[in-house]
Design a protein around this ligand. Structure first.
Ligand code: PLP
Length: 469
């Protein structure tokens, strides 16, 4: 399998070439040259596989430059009961007739990002050892991504993580999760500023190409193809659990921000998994809902980006969205570039032609939005009537899922985080503390390991230099 860019660069690259990279050199995102089709016999055979074996089958369709035995070992080491809590790895539970929740958040940081990041940690370690290279991952986080990256990379040879977070602005639980890590290769930098200051520093460091090359600076952001590929697996696993035969179809409702999660659903559907609808659920930051309703994609400014109680969906633009639009436009790289490079820079967005927009329905997408009041009502209803406690992001998914039910088609809502991470809103909705998984009871009292720095790029660079040896 080779990979190309959504903006027209056709230089063939292998999986291992793009694994450690971010954007393609022309500014586009990497996609495989085609989506392998899964026929009925293969789908039937996959139905009885364990999660790790299923992951191996799907990954090996897209990865042909890692020896089979090595890839199998990497996948088997990743998707275990020890890491994800159950043999099923992503078990389904019933909410009410026709609606199921797929648990993707039982990994170490209690959010679905572990599903991909845990694999990425093992792939990075493997590939860096193979090349005899090292990588310093630099990132900014206000919560989920940073902790998932740290738990994936902790103790890994050849990798260091420098994670910037705004001092005093994360929840006590999230801070405890990250700062309690004692691994020597994990560096928590608590920046005296807000999240945007952290992000600006990461951008400034990354645009200093000399520094970047010299200190081998990389990222693990959501545009990484390997992350997206790892997520394709749980769409298949959810489908097999919700159905008895491959004649049935299901729909998925996906709490969305950067469009990484639901884009994996799009890939699964392109491979032939019987997915009826892909329901894109947004919060008040409704860039994606607006697009799927109107055909207009409009990037928001900082002032227009709301801080909500489902904070991991608070985005101003959806960084993986370009992948879907490229497929929608019949893989026309020039048109994709005209929209994402030119029109966004010039006008802050674009509107598809009527003909282009009419094709969206053929890809199964529908959408909806949810507000703070909807989240509270949905969390309350799920707890009181259905007996299940859900987090704020999953509540957005469930709220919008209910607007798109079709008789006879099971709706699977992806659980993207556990309620323990968002205690404040759970208290507001239910007047009680969220359930906390065993082993995390006293996490806030653990010793913390972090360094406070001013919001100053030079100081962060100096810290990196003095901790890379
Ligand atoms: C990252 C995240 C999302 C959004 O996922 P995308 O892939 O960015 O669309 C939703 N919910 C939670 C809890 C997350 O951490």
């Amino acid at each position: 399998m080779k990979y190309l860019s959504t903006r027209g660069d056709q230089t063939p690259r292998g999986f291992s070439d793009i694994l450690l990279e971010g954007l393609a050199p022309d500014g586009g995102l990497y996609l495989p040259t085609h989506y392998p089709k899964v026929d009925a016999a293969t789908l039937a055979r996959w139905r009885s596989l364990s999660y790790a074996d299923l992951a191996f089958e799907i990954l090996s369709l897209y990865i042909d430059d890692i020896p089979t035995a090595d890839l199998r070992a990497l996948v088997q080491k990743t998707y275990t009961r020890e890491v994800f809590g159950t043999d099923a790895v992503v078990p389904l539970r019933r909410v009410e007739d026709g609606i199921l929740i797929e648990a993707l958040s039982n990994g170490p940081t209690l959010a679905f990002k572990d599903m991909a990041m845990q694999l990425l940690g093992n792939l990075f370690e493997y590939e860096l050892a193979r090349r005899g290279e090292e990588l310093n991952i630099l990132g900014a986080t206000s919560g989920d991504t940073g902790s998932a990256a740290e738990y994936a990379m902790r103790g890994k040879r050849g990798v260091r993580v420098f994670m910037l977070s705004p001092k005093g602005r994360m929840s006590a639980f999230q801070q405890a999760q990250m700062f309690s890590l004692q691994d020597a290769n994990i560096h928590n930098l608590s920046i005296e500023g807000v999240f945007d200051d952290c992000q600006d520093i990461v951008k400034a460091v990354s645009s200093d190409l000399d520094f970047k090359r010299r200190w081998k600076i990389g990222t693990v952001n959501s545009i990484n193809w390997a992350r997206l590929l790892a997520q394709v697996v749980y769409y298949f696993a959810g489908y097999f659990q919700a159905t008895k035969t491959n004649a049935e179809s299901v729909s998925f409702a996906v709490p969305s921000g950067n469009f990484g999660n639901v884009c994996a659903g799009h890939v699964a559907r392109m491979m032939g998994l019987p997915i009826h609808r892909l329901v894109v659920a947004t919060n008040e930051n409704d860039v994606l809902d607006e697009f799927f309703r109107t055909g207009t994609y409009r990037v928001r400014g900082t002032a227009e980006t709301h801080e909500t109680s489902s904070p991991s969906m608070d985005i101003s633009k959806a960084s993986n969205f370009e992948r879907f639009v490229f497929d929608l436009l019949g893989r026309d790289g020039a048109r994709t570039k005209a929209l994402f490079a030119d029109a966004i820079a010039r006008d802050g967005g674009f509107t598809l032609t009527a003909d282009e927009f009419n094709r969206v329905a053929g890809f199964g997408f529908v959408s909806g939005r949810s507000t703070h009041a909807d989240r509270l009502a949905t969390i309350r209803d799920a707890w009181q009537r259905c007996g299940t406690m859900i987090d704020t992001h999953t509540a957005d998914g469930l709220k919008v899922a209910r607007e798109h039910l079709d008789a006879g088609v099971p709706m699977i809502v992806l659980e993207t985080a556990l309620p323990a991470k968002f205690a404040e809103t759970i208290r507001e909705a239910l007047g009680r503390e969220p359930e906390r998984p065993a082993g995390l009871e006293g996490i806030e009292a653990l010793p913390k390991r972090f360094t406070v720095l001013p919001a100053d790029t030079d100081r962060v660079m100096a810290y990196i230099e003095s901790h890379c040896d």
